[in-house]
Design a protein around this ligand. Structure first.
Ligand code: NAD
Ligand code: UD1
Length: 336
């Protein structure tokens, strides 16, 4: 039996594939390479000594997915494939709805047709919207403020409806907080296209000299130092969260939304100062007005993951930043 990993050559997918290969799992990756490269597969092999079956295909391509399910004995799917840039989603909403919503529905239809009803889905803390106080827990109301967030929320609704319609489905919607860091080998990590939107890859590129200056978006939030507070989580802890979710699917009847965070908040300036200390590099920054759509404080109540999946994060901020820096300094231009 194999596991199908959609988006498995991407940032979070590749780290999850490493953890699964190290447990002896048989892995099939489906990815259209829109935001990744097959170079990652050589790195995954170097870490694990194992190979995966790689299929270049789009999750919107029903016939291609059908062939994958016909040719392989698949027990469960981890569904990472999707577009993830909030700003771009405002400019290209149709691409986001097509890729993330239609593509996901196509995948679920093919899974249903082949009787594969075990699924772990990449959701996001963005589904908590702007109006809930942290710590955020899974019982709070959900909403979205941009097309990207809408797509995550819509797919969650599809999955709750699907599980209600057919009791054979076991589904974990993992609501990630802010994934950062890289594999401790320094050989795989986050490799954003163009100028990064997220804080950590931006800081890392300033440290390595690829970008001149970080803009700190606002220092007038109601937080200890006035800058935004987030729940950063090491990507390897997140990957292990997927392993625990797969192991727990037999217990999860229906569809469950589960936060994957540390439960701790860290400010932008704490990130900058820790990065500076660990890398020994100057991080040139200036404070600018708040970014539209941002909120001051976001962190998880991560207790459900502990009780339901037996999972909790174990890597601290120093490890997250040490591993980010190792990846960035050893691979200043990503996988190329
Ligand atoms: P990523 O872009 O590195 O990986 C996504 C992968 O999916 C890429 O390899 C891309 O080529 C592939 N892909 C995209 N559309 C596809 C399609 N139609 N068919 C086949 N493959 C396709 O992103 P990531 O950071 O690893 O994120 C993985 C998932 O987690 C995404 O669904 C994302 O929305 C979600 N998520 C990410 C974050 C984050 O901060 N990185 C936070 C919350 C949720
Ligand atoms: C962003 C997305 C969110 C997505 C998440 C993880 C927006 C509005 N939200 O959230 O939907 O789920 O990434 O992918 O884009 N910051 C700076 N300067 C920068 C970049 C960020 O000061 O150049 C600050 C932000 O204001 C924030 C913190 O750093 O306080 C983290 O930002 P970021 O990494 O973009 O994550 P989120 O804002 O949590």
């Amino acid at each position: 039996m194999s596991l199908l990993i959609t988006g498995g050559t991407g940032y979070i997918g590749s780290h999850t594939v490493v953890e699964l290969l190290q447990l002896g799992k048989d892995i099939i990756i489906v990815d259209n390479l829109s935001n990744s490269s097959t170079l990652v597969l050589d790195r995954v092999k170097a870490i694990t000594g194992k190979t995966v079956t790689f299929i270049k295909a789009d999750i919107c391509d029903e016939a291609a997915l059908d062939t994958v399910f016909k040719e392989h004995d698949i027990e469960a799917v981890v569904h990472f494939a999707g577009l993830k840039a909030v700003g771009e989603s405002n400019d290209l909403p149709l691409s986001y709805y097509q890729n993330n919503v239609s593509g996901s529905v196509t995948l679920f239809q093919v899974m249903a047709k082949h009787g594969v009803k075990n699924l772990v889905f990449s959701s996001s803390a963005t589904v908590y919207g702007e109006n809930n106080p942290s710590p955020l827990d899974e019982t709070m109301p959900t909403s979205a403020t941009n097309p990207y967030g809408q797509t995550k929320l819509m797919v969650e609704h599809v999955l709750f409806d699907l599980a209600r319609s057919d009791s054979e489905w076991s589904i974990a919607c993992l609501r990630y907080f802010n994934p950062i860091g890289a594999h401790e080998s320094g050989t795989i990590g986050e490799n954003p296209n163009g100028v990064p939107n997220n804080l950590l890859p931006y800081v890392a590129q300033v440290a390595v000299g690829r970008l001149p200056q970080l803009q700190v978006f606002g220092d007038d939030y109601d937080t200890p130092d006035g800058t935004g507070v987030r729940d950063y989580i090491h990507v390897v802890d997140l990957a292990i969260g997927h392993v625990r979710a797969l192991e727990s699917l037999t217990k999860i009847k229906g569809c469950k939304a589960i936060n994957i965070g540390t439960g701790n908040g860290t400010s932008v300036l704490e990130i900058v100062n820790t990065f500076k200390e660990i890398s020994g590099q100057e991080i040139n920054y200036k404070v600018v007005p708040r970014r539209a759509g941002d909120i001051g404080t976001v962190y998880a109540d991560a207790s459900l993951a502990n009780t339901l999946l037996g999972w909790q994060a174990t890597r601290n901020l120093n490890t997250m930043i040490t591993d980010t820096w190792r990846w960035q300094s050893q691979n200043p231009n990503g996988f190329e």
